[in-house]
Design a protein around this ligand. Structure first.
Ligand SMILES: Nc1ncnc2c1ncn2[C@@H]1O[C@H](COP(=O)(O)OP(=O)(O)OP(=O)(O)O)[C@@H](O)[C@H]1O
Length: 824
């Protein structure tokens, strides 16, 4: 297995390159979005905020074993085992920093900070060497370990190191000294922390060292139990020696003792080492602190490393997949919104025009019809006032009984008072007739206009449509329906009547001073009431109403025309953007999502293993395959997209299928893996993993199915179609071969190659001819095409056989139809 380790790192490096390409692609696509797709710029912001830029540098980090340990002997033993050769001297101490990297030949040198070579003669330079000479690895007494210390760099032509893997062995010094400068050297590496243990148990200083290291590196540790040639207990405290003695007397093994101690200290979980198959099953790849024994290093180190590097790549792939899928969902939602906007805007304009016209007609009618009513109201009110003039003057009298006033002013005051009373009375009655307008016209119409005007600019000097409508209503009665209506009306009538006063030439008292006594006041008021003509007043009011309504109506029509013009321009752009999303951006992100999600599946479950071919369609071959992840009975559909368009189509299919929530009548897509080596690497194959069914309905009918079973199948298919439609999806290829049966002959729908949300449909003519609804040929169709296709399917189900009636024969194959069937 140790010989397999280089392969592991080779695969890891390939995954990193692949992930980096996907990240780069994603970033290029983000740039493209910001240049061309102004309406979805928030998607770009989302991606940038997701921290995608931090992913790339992580993949550039060089996997590096950081070998710590109880003794130099333990560290040297581990390194020698790892490299499969006796490189480091096992029985020496006082080491320098040692780094081991790949070189085409064995080489040894001293460097400062791994950057500047120190010109110094080493013992290894004198003769050829196998084991690093002790004198070269040992630091001199005067060597400073903190800053500018010499590092011993070993270059070695070794398979694992060749895969860009390094080994660093920090010197055997007090942790306090080491921790100062150790982290700055190892920032840029992907650390694989090893702690080699050669003694029976960890000493207090070992425990402290591990705690410090764990604080520095928040990653799992690999503890390696090195079989000691001679366990030395001299350096141990009394209680440690006692523990060893106790365990010896219990005849427990060293590994056992060590595991107990590590568990007790919280350095290991209290379970057996996690085995690969358990990790496979886990939804994420978890790497735990692990203890392995040098005797089993071959197998156990491989498993551990495999989990470490898979989990590193997996974490990046998960992050990428989240970003891609989130963007794709946003694109699809945006396409939905755009389609809705394109559909609904002209309808909204139509609605606004219709309702405004109704409003206009109604108000005109009210103005005409109410002239008589207003006349009657005014007449009644005037009569009331005349028979009760004293009441009209009530408040005035109390305040003015002894005032000496100019006769003109006093007359004006009394006339105003009469008018106020008249207005209040008339206005209260008219308000009731306008109240209904509030409910029936203003609410919905106003909201509709506001939503249309939301993104439009106002034409200078012109009223907006919503303002024009407001004016139609307020111009009629000057009613501000949101505030006190009757109050506004009083003011309006006041203004109107004041204007009329001049035209009616009301009687004036002789000029000069008058004594404003009650009799005189009654006389003025009665004169005024008598002179007021109810019909003239009413007519005048109504004429003015009509004029205002008409001019506001004209303003509205002009505003809505300009709004319509602006919106049509905007909708053209929206349609262009929708097409760009549907044809370009969404499929590109779908492809990225397919790649990143497939990598997650690959890291989690590995590549599915084919057993045998079980079916073949136009676009791929279906195989039975061995259990994969938690899918015990599974099938894979292997599809080799010949060009970018097919790649994108497949990616969209994959996205829709994978995101459909599980349903008993839909064949669940469990995952996917891209086989980049397929076709010698020139044409990768996408392996779509799904649950394996027993046969398709075509086979079922040919073998014969009872009427009751066929009926059940028909109901299953309906449930499946209904479910897809409820998810906003249209299948577009319902046919016998896309209905799969399980062992109990219950049916599920499969093959979502043409399945698409309605908003993303472009009217492409797709499907299987005999099942295609006639409107499909026109390119203008909706979810009902599935209902038609089910009708044909039901014909087969009822007839219990797969042969078509004679007049359908000409459509029996796709090619005979003469239609170029294409996916969207
Ligand atoms: N999950 C599955 N379990 C068992 N058999 C399957 C499964 N999926 C597909 N098959 C079999 O493989 C055949 C080919 O399936 P596939 O989906 O590739 O093509 P198709 O639907 O027949 O044709 P087309 O590619 O033109 O849509 C099916 O007819 C069915 O018999």
């Amino acid at each position: 297995m140790l010989t397999e380790i280089p392969k592991l790192f080779k695969i890891y490096s390939k995954h990193c390159t692949n992930l980096q390409r996907i990240i780069q692609d994603t970033q290029n696509k983000i740039d493209d979005i910001s240049n061309t797709l102004y309406s979805v710029c928030d998607i770009k912001d989302d991606i940038l905020q997701s921290g995608i830029d931090t992913l790339y540098p992580n993949l550039d980090k060089i996997p590096t074993f950081l070998v710590f340990g109880q003794t130099c002997h333990a560290k040297a033993s581990f390194v020698n085992l790892l490299l499969g050769q006796h490189l480091l001297p096992c029985f020496s101490s006082n080491w320098r920093y040692v780094t081991i990297t790949y070189g085409t030949s064995r080489n040894l040198r001293l460097t400062l900070h791994r950057e500047i070579e120190i010109v110094e003669k080493l013992h290894a330079h004198d003769a050829s060497w196998i084991v690093v000479p002790e004198a070269d690895i040992q630091r001199r007494d005067d060597e400073n370990l903190l800053d500018h210390c010499p590092w011993l760099e070993i270059e070695l032509p070794q398979a694992m190191l060749k895969e860009n893997v390094n080994i660093i062995v920090p010197p055997d010094i007090e942790m306090a000294q080491l921790s100062e400068n150790i982290s700055k050297h190892f920032d840029n590496v992907l650390p694989i922390i090893v702690y080699a243990i050669s003694e029976e148990i960890l000493t207090d200083s070992n425990i402290q060292e591990i705690r410090k290291l764990k604080d520095m590196y928040k990653v799992p540790f690999l503890f390696v139990n090195i079989s000691a040639t001679k366990a030395s207990t001299e350096s141990l405290t009394e209680s440690e020696q006692h523990l060893i003695e106790c365990n010896r007397s219990k005849k427990t093994s060293k590994l056992h003792n060590l595991r107990d101690q590590l568990v007790r200290l919280g350095f290991l979980d209290d379970i057996e080492n996690i085995k690969t198959d358990k990790m496979m099953k886990a939804k994420c790849i978890c790497v735990l602190d692990t203890l392995i024994c040098d005797k089993k290093i071959n197998e156990e180190l491989y498993l551990y490393l495999s989990a470490v590097i898979r989990s590193t790549a997996f974490n990046v792939a998960v992050k990428l997949s989240e970003i891609h899928n989130k963007c794709l969902r946003k694109f699809i939602m945006r396409a939905f919104d755009m389609a809705r906007e394109i559909q609904i805007t002209p309808k909204r304009i139509e609605y606004a025009q219709k309702i405004e016209l109704q409003l206009y007609d109604t108000l005109m009618l009210i103005a005409c019809e109410q002239q008589e009513e207003i006349t009657a109201i005014i007449q009644r009110t005037l009569l009331d006032m005349k028979s009760n003039v004293a009441e009209v003057l009530e408040g005035y009298n109390q305040n003015n009984s002894n005032r000496q006033l100019n006769s003109k002013t006093a007359t004006m005051e009394i006339q105003q008072l009469v008018l106020r009373k008249l207005n209040t009375s008339v206005a209260t009655q008219i308000v009731q007739s306008v109240g209904c307008l509030h409910e029936s016209f203003t609410g919905t119409l106003q909201r509709c206009l506001e939503s249309l005007e939301k993104n439009c600019h106002e034409v200078e000097g012109n009223l907006s449509a919503s303002d024009a409508v407001k004016q139609i209503i307020t111009a009629a009665y000057n009613v501000d329906l949101n505030s006190s209506a009757s109050f506004s009306i009083v003011h309006t009538l006041m203004d109107r009547l004041k204007a009329l006063l001049t035209t009616f030439a009301l009687p004036w008292s002789p000029s000069g001073q008058v004594h404003c006594n009650l009799q005189w006041q009654l006389q003025v008021a009665t004169n005024m009431i008598e002179k007021l003509s109810a019909s003239k007043l009413a007519k005048n009011i109504c004429v003015q109403f009509k004029e205002h309504i008409k001019s506001s109506h004209e303003a509205f029509q002009q505003a809505i025309r300009s709004l319509d013009h602006q919106l049509s321009g905007q909708l053209e752009q929206t349609e262009e953007q929708r097409i760009a999303i549907r044809k370009k951006h969404a499929p590109r992100f779908a492809r990225l999502a397919l790649e990143s999600t497939s990598l997650c599946d690959l890291f989690r479950y590995g590549k599915p293993k084919q057993i045998k071919e079980i079916g073949r369609g136009q676009y791929g071959v279906v195989y039975a395959c061995e259990p994969w992840g938690d899918v015990k009975v599974c099938a894979i559909k292997s599809v080799v997209p010949p060009d970018d368009r097919h790649w994108n189509d497949l990616a969209m299919e994959f996205f829709y299928t994978r995101t459909i929530p599980e349903h008993p009548r839909i064949v669940k897509l469990r995952g996917s893996v891209i086989d980049y080596k397929y076709g010698g690497g020139s044409s990768p194959a996408v392996l779509l993993v799904m649950e394996r069914m027993t046969r398709d309905l075509y086979c079922g009918l040919r073998c014969g199915l009872s009427w009751i079973i066929r009926l059940k199948i028909a109901i299953d298919v309906i449930e499946g179609i209904r479910y897809l439609h409820s998810q906003g999806l249209v299948h577009r290829d319902i046919k016998l071969k896309n209905v799969l049966l399980d062992a109990e002959d219950r049916a599920k729908l499969t093959d979502f190659g043409f399945c698409i949300p309605e908003a993303m449909m472009s009217g492409s003519i797709v499907g299987t001819p005999v099942h295609m609804a006639p409107e499909l040929l026109s390119g203008r169709y909706d979810a009902k095409v599935d209902v038609y296709a089910f009708g044909i399917l039901f014909w087969y189900i009822c007839s219990g056989q797969v042969k078509l009636p004679n007049h359908f024969d000409q459509f029996q194959t796709r090619s005979s139809c003469g239609i170029v069937l294409k996916k969207v």
